[in-house]
Design a protein around this ligand. Structure first.
Ligand SMILES: [Ca+2]
Ligand SMILES: [Ca+2]
Length: 229
């Protein structure tokens, strides 16, 4: 039969495979899904045999093609929005799902296993490291200045993530000046001081060209002490 390219006993082969999966699940273990997970770094599974069992990951019902066949899902690479998300993995033996050469034609659900997680992504905290170089410094101030009144993103100077760039974002920059990205704020400067600075900068913005004047302004600002009493 081998020389003819025809299975000798396809029915028994199918029965054997189904009997195996009646006793063995595709997954040996996985990240607990007994409760909602808050800001997990990743989710992971352990396949009973990674050379046989394939995997597919879904986030809110959408297949994550870059994670196909993987034993873990890394959230850092997903850039999910804040809020509740549903993650699901499908672990399956592709032997039974080939529509042409599949060895199993019935009870195929025995050859797959689904696991779901509820994942909550927290909103980001205030962050004035606009160029994402790990520190809040004068370069970030210049980004804020260029984005003032027009920026809508963190990269454009929106430190408090409210969709616009204004004096509130400058307050975040001031309170975290010199700190590593994501550090706790040191307190918001006196509103009156920020209003004066904001008004001065608005007037300053009308004195183009900006680059050289920005540098001079930054030198005058010096350090956070320039903003405190
Ligand atoms: Ca920075
Ligand atoms: Ca803002």
């Amino acid at each position: 039969m081998r020389s003819l390219g025809v299975p000798f006993n396809a029915v028994s082969r199918e029965k054997l495979i189904l009997d195996i999966y009646a006793r063995v699940h595709p997954l040996d273990s996985y990240t607990s899904n007994s409760s909602m997970l808050i800001d997990p770094a990743s989710l992971s599974i352990t396949r009973v045999d990674s050379s046989v069992i394939n995997s597919q990951w879904f986030v809110d019902g959408v297949l994550e093609t870059s994670s196909a066949g993987m034993d873990s899902l890394d959230f850092a690479s997903l850039d999910l929005s804040a809020g509740l998300h549903t993650v699901k993995v499908r672990a399956f033996d592709p032997t039974g799902f080939d529509p042409v050469n599949g060895w199993v034609r019935m009870n195929q659900t025995r050859l797959e296993q689904f696991v779901s997680w509820n994942v909550m992504i927290s909103p980001p905290g205030p962050d004035a490291d606009f160029n994402a170089d790990g520190i809040v410094d004068g370069v970030d101030f210049l980004i804020w200045q260029r984005g003032l009144g027009s920026g809508t993103t963190l990269a454009g100077g929106d430190a408090d993530h409210d969709g616009n760039v204004d004096v509130s974002d400058l307050a975040v920059w001031t309170s975290t000046f010199g700190a590593a990205s994501g550090a706790e704020t040191n307190g918001v400067p006196e509103p009156s001081i920020l209003v004066v600075l904001f008004a001065g900068l608005v007037g300053y913005r009308g004195l183009a060209p900006a680059p050289s004047r920005s540098t001079n302004l930054l030198k005058k600002l010096g350090s956070p002490s320039a903003f405190s009493s």
